[in-house]
Design a protein around this ligand. Structure first.
Ligand code: NAD
Length: 354
């Protein structure tokens, strides 16, 4: 298992250090794990004046999987756009061909009170949001700001999806649904957008290859509403880049704890980039306050999706459950009566439970 480790900025190095502790523990158990570190984001800019230095892309291409912390920091906010930390993230996704972004939103019984929604609405919640990651209006050309004939300025972007882009992500969605509760809801805006009408047509075609999966279609505005009204109706949600960006953030907040949510971004061969859903949290960086569990759970996803080791993924998830049952909490998930711990202590506890 060859893993490129890219801690990035802010809390990135702290949380990734806890995840690598877990990997080291697995290695001392006999797994053949190789790790090599690289710079990305602001750290890439500091090291090589590039948010995705060539050496980092090369290292990531040669690895089977990439473990990433987070990027971004106030000190980089005024850099020209190509030098900004988030460009490193966009470029590594593109460079590795990572078109399928998986974001589970699940509520741990121990943390059911962390949600802002009533516990009966969210307890037992377990949704997988699959967002297409390399197409759609975020990458469509032409785009820009232009001056119209009447002299007024206008901003514009272009939304498009090609058949092959929709097909390949739809297949990933149905394959994931097959391993879960065999329900897939494709989300679009087919009542207004031609791109979405086409999306729906292709997803419906792919659905015929998976007759065991119950497929449904929903408009994105309704999906946004249903996610807070009755989120447990969903199993896998399949959607495009912009809708997925918004819905996955909404779904993650159903769980109430951004520090708990992992993610995976996969290519056509299950090579993947694994990272927590949250950002670099500069407000708490360097203070040993960050919750490392999202990053540790990202390692569990890596074991499952890239290395096909469901057994190890379950072991890591089990260890996380155990520390929660023991009452350990970082500040973001703390409640009265529990034991508040720092980032490093949480990492140590997971390793011990493992
Ligand atoms: P953020 O996710 O970094 O932080 C939002 C809030 O959640 C903050 O109060 C933070 O302290 C808290 N938080 C986040 N992760 C936490 C953790 N593991 N444990 C405890 N608390 C945690 O989002 P933001 O403040 O909007 O952005 C900060 C920086 O991160 C910006 O530069 C932004 O561009 C970047 N960002 C990066 C990514 C990424 O690397 N994938 C994603 C989102 C934002």
């Amino acid at each position: 298992m060859k893993i490129a480790v890219l801690p990035g900025d802010g809390i990135g190095p702290e949380i990734v250090a806890q995840a690598t502790k877990v990997l080291e523990a697995l290695r001392s158990d006999g797994l053949k794990i190789e790790m090599e570190h690289g710079h990305i984001g602001g750290a890439g800019y500091d090291a090589a004046k590039d948010p995705l230095p060539e050496a980092t892309l090369k290292l990531s291409k040669e690895a089977d999987a990439v473990l990433l912390g987070a990027v971004g920091g106030y000190q980089y906010d005024n850099l020209p756009r190509p030098m900004r930390p988030e460009q490193g993230l966009l470029r590594i996704r593109k460079g590795l061909g990572l078109f399928a972004n998986l974001r589970p939103a699940m509520v741990y019984p121990e943390l059911v009170n962390a949600s802002t929604l009533r516990s009966d609405i969210v307890s037992g919640l377990d949704i997988m949001i699959l967002r297409e990651l390399t197409g759609d209006i975020y990458f469509g050309q032409p785009r820009g700001i232009r001056t119209l004939e009447n002299g007024e300025r206008q901003g514009f972007d272009t939304m498009h999806y090609s058949e092959s882009e929709i097909r390949r992500v739809a297949h990933v969605g149905f394959q994931i649904a097959m391993k879960r509760n065999k329900k897939l809801c494709s989300v679009d805006k087919a009542n207004v957008l031609d791109t979405s009408m086409f999306w729906r047509e292709i997803v419906s075609e792919v659905a015929k290859e998976y007759p065991q999966v119950v497929t449904s279609h929903m408009y994105v505005d309704n999906a946004a509403m249903q996610l807070v009204r009755a989120p447990k109706q969903f199993d896998v949600i399949l959607t495009g880049n912009i809708f997925g960006d918004i819905l996955s953030d909404e779904a993650s907040m159903l769980t109430g704890s951004i520090g708990m949510l992992p993610s995976a971004s996969l290519d056509a061969n299950n090579k993947g980039l694994y990272e927590p859903c949250h950002g670099s949290a500069p407000d708490i960086a360097g203070k040993d306050l960050a919750n490392p569990l999202a990053t540790i759970l990202s390692v569990a996803m890596m074991m499952y999706y890239t290395f096909g080791r469901a057994d190890i993924a379950q072991r890591i998830e089990g260890a996380v459950r155990k520390v929660l049952q023991q009452g350990l909490r970082t500040g973001d998930i703390y409640e009265e009566g529990k034991q508040k711990v720092g980032c490093a202590a949480m990492g140590d506890a997971v390793v011990k439970a493992l």
